[in-house]
Design a protein around this ligand. Structure first.
Ligand code: B4P
Length: 182
């Protein structure tokens, strides 16, 4: 059973939804940089104040800030982990490689959750989080395609990539992920 997982895909593909399900069943650490950043905003910390406008505009928070969050939350002491929403560009990939080398826990599998733009736009508009309005979604998608999409090829070349059709119901998708983890 694979213990060190990464979920990759556009905003609204269901990375957070699937990572929560799989991590709960296996008692893995679920490391969502988006969720951790939102907690900082809700608690009105200095970090939260710095990132609030950036997130609400749909832009990426600085690599340095996100790396600090990852380092604080990811250590050797775990039963397995799922990275959700990190890394989001090639510089974050390089930092992640260093972090994982330090804890001697290499990435074992990358799930690429693929979904058509029209479906994800509808999902996000229905959810209606602060950064789920039409203008912000457009920015998030543009940034995803420019910065994050190249990671698909990167992990494919390392033979770590598993393709998941994320345009289906939650249970069917999680069953497919579980089968591929086994
Ligand atoms: P994230 O929190 O990562 O948000 P996301 O990409 O929109 O969400 P995800 O794909 O997890 O979708 P979800 O399961 O929630 O990022 C938010 C922001 O934080 C970024 O824009 C950026 O500013 C910042 N950030 C985060 N990480 C960063 C990093 N590494 N570097 C820099 N900045 C960073 O699903 C979406 C909706 O669809 C939900 O309502 C869900 O219920 C629904 N859904 C899920 N699966 C479904 C299914 N199968 N069928 C129908 N609906 C489904």
């Amino acid at each position: 059973m694979k213990k060190h997982l990464l979920f990759l895909g556009p905003p609204g593909a269901g990375k957070g939804t699937q990572a929560a399900l799989i991590s709960e069943v296996n008692s893995y650490l679920h490391l969502s940089t988006g969720e951790l950043l939102r907690q900082e905003i809700d608690s009105n910390t200095n970090l939260g104040k710095q990132v609030k406008d950036i997130i609400n505009k749909g832009e990426l928070v600085s690599d340095q800030l996100v790396l600090e969050i990852v380092k604080k939350n990811l250590n050797k002491d775990n039963n397995g982990w799922i990275l959700d929403g990190y890394p989001r560009n090639l510089s974050q990939v390089n930092s992640l490689n260093d972090v994982l080398m330090n804890i001697s826990q290499p990435l074992e599998i990358v799930f690429y959750l693929d979904i058509p733009d029209e479906v994800l736009i509808q999902r996000l508009l229905m959810r209606g989080r602060k950064d789920d309005n039409e203008e912000t979604i457009k920015t998030r998608l543009k940034i995803y395609k420019a910065n994050t999409e190249p990671l698909i090829e990167y992990y494919k070349n390392l033979s770590l990539l598993e393709y998941i059709n994320a345009d289906g119901d939650v249970k069917t998708i999680s069953t497919e992920i579980k089968q591929k983890m086994a």
